[in-house]
Design a protein around this ligand. Structure first.
Ligand code: PLP
Length: 433
């Protein structure tokens, strides 16, 4: 079971110093809860890896993992940068008062209006993904003074060991400029010669939930080799995110900060071998910061025992608040909040309340006997849960609560039923307009 779990002497789950059952009582379930100190510790561990390697650069939290104003405030407080992927995330960062110079903007299909909004919002660095974006950004900058910092995203052609849907660095990818066909070189020439742009360097992101350093090191080496082959001295190399975490006891990743330290050392060696000046290095971890800090709290409801087949145990959330198991068979572990280490009594399939057979949170979970009304906590759900939430079946998106030093605070209000219809407009029947 996850080693950071805290329990009191009655074996009840504690999150950030507060009883999980008290949080459920105060804020209702389903509920997203974040242990803020766990996130801070990971942010600090990444920064320490940079210090240990004597490496300049930035740790940019990949906000796609979990985005809200409160999170951006914590990120700013810890001195991290932000990596954003939409106008909505940029808007949120501005609203949170985040220092926009420390923001990078990723994504594979930024429109003219996205790029205009990014420039007008003062986004520090735009990570260019394709030729259209180069062209559009040139248009955006046409009537403006100064230069926009840009980085070119390239596809290093590295396949990391992870699920197909979360692989982005292999050649057959929708992201970034291809190396072999010469796209990356052409983009480099265009960006270098564009007076409205200041080219800082290159970026690559090879995938997500990666446990070993080899893929990262290989991608780093490819970027260094590429720059050397163009006789280009980059100011920045951005090596993306993807550092894996343990979702269940079966996962045994190296610590994310160890992967990063190995990566930094490897890039330092590579650049030294090529006789290049050491560029700043940027990384973009998302899951490794938000994931282990997050708990999804649910109330147990109905059950269905099928003799000789299995038991389904249903909770009051599901695929709307955590799509990952349905989307890419992600594994999780859960505990009974009032009896964390209780003697397992049965195997259950933990399912949600959505009208889909695929609405499964955990395929096979051992739990003590539960009663309707008991509280279940699914662990390590902080990344890509809330940020991918939907209103499927017209279920409202649950609230998000931050907990730290024994105090809890609502940071995203849960949606009400009235919120669900607040964007609806009555249909005026034809002929009656
Ligand atoms: C460009 C980029 N950077 C960073 C990340 C964050 O990855 P992770 O949350 O696995 O660290 C992603 C996720 O897919 C990404 O596409």
């Amino acid at each position: 079971m996850s080693n950071h779990l805290q329990v009191n002497d009655q074996d009840q789950l504690i999150i950030g110093g507060v009883l999980a059952t008290d949080l459920a009582k105060e804020y209702q379930t389903p509920l997203y809860v974040y242990d803020v100190l766990t996130m801070r510790k990971q942010m600090r561990a990444f920064k320490k890896a940079f210090d240990q390697a004597g490496q300049k650069g930035a740790v940019a939290y990949a906000s796609k993992a979990f985005a809200c104003q409160a999170m951006y405030q914590v990120v700013a407080e810890e001195g991290l940068h932000l990596d954003l992927v939409s106008a909505g995330e940029i808007f949120t960062a501005v609203a949170a008062g985040f220092p926009m110079d420390n923001v990078s903007y990723n994504g594979n299909n930024k429109s003219l209006s996205d790029l205009t909004f990014a420039v007008e919002s003062g986004v520090g660095t735009i990570i260019i993904d394709n030729f259209l974006e180069l062209d559009l950004l040139h248009q955006v900058m046409a009537d403006r003074k100064g230069q926009q910092n840009v980085i070119l995203r390239v596809v290093p052609g590295v396949s990391a060991h992870t699920h197909d849907y979360i692989q982005t660095g292999q050649v057959d990818s929708k992201f970034g400029f291809d190396l072999e066909s010469g796209q990356a070189k052409r983009a480099y020439e265009l960006a270098e010669n564009d007076q409205s742009l200041h080219l800082l360097g290159l970026s690559a992101h090879i995938g997500s939930q990666i446990f070993e350093e080899d893929g990262f090191e290989l991608a780093g080496q490819k970027l260094v080799d590429l720059c050397a082959s163009w006789d280009y001295q980059p100011e920045v190399l951005d090596l993306g995110g993807g550092f894996g975490i343990a979702y269940t006891d079966a996962d045994q990743p190296r610590l994310p900060e160890e992967l990063v330290l190995a990566l930094l050392n490897s890039v330092q060696e590579q650049t030294a071998q090529k006789g290049m000046r050491q560029p700043d290095i940027c990384i973009e971890p998302g899951r490794s910061i938000a994931g282990p800090a997050g708990y999804s709290l649910y109330t147990v409801g109905s059950r269905k025992d099928i003799p000789g087949v299995r038991t389904y145990l249903a909770v009051d959330g599901g695929m709307g608040d955590n799509i990952r198991p349905a989307l890419y068979q992600a594994d999780y572990q859960a505990v009974l909040a009032n009896n964390v280490h209780g003697k397992p009594a049965e195997h259950v399939r933990l399912v949600g309340k959505y009208c889909e057979s695929g609405d499964v949170l955990i395929q096979d979970q051992e739990l003590p006997v539960t009663e309707p009304g008991d509280l279940v906590a699914v662990l390590n759900t902080g990344a890509y849960g809330y940020s991918m939430a939907s209103r499927y079946n017209r279920n409202p998106v649950p609230a998000v609560v931050f907990v730290e030093n024994g105090l809890s605070q609502l940071v995203v209000r849960g949606e009400s039923l009235a919120d669900l219809t607040s964007h609806d407009r009555p249909y005026q029947l034809p002929g009656k307009w």
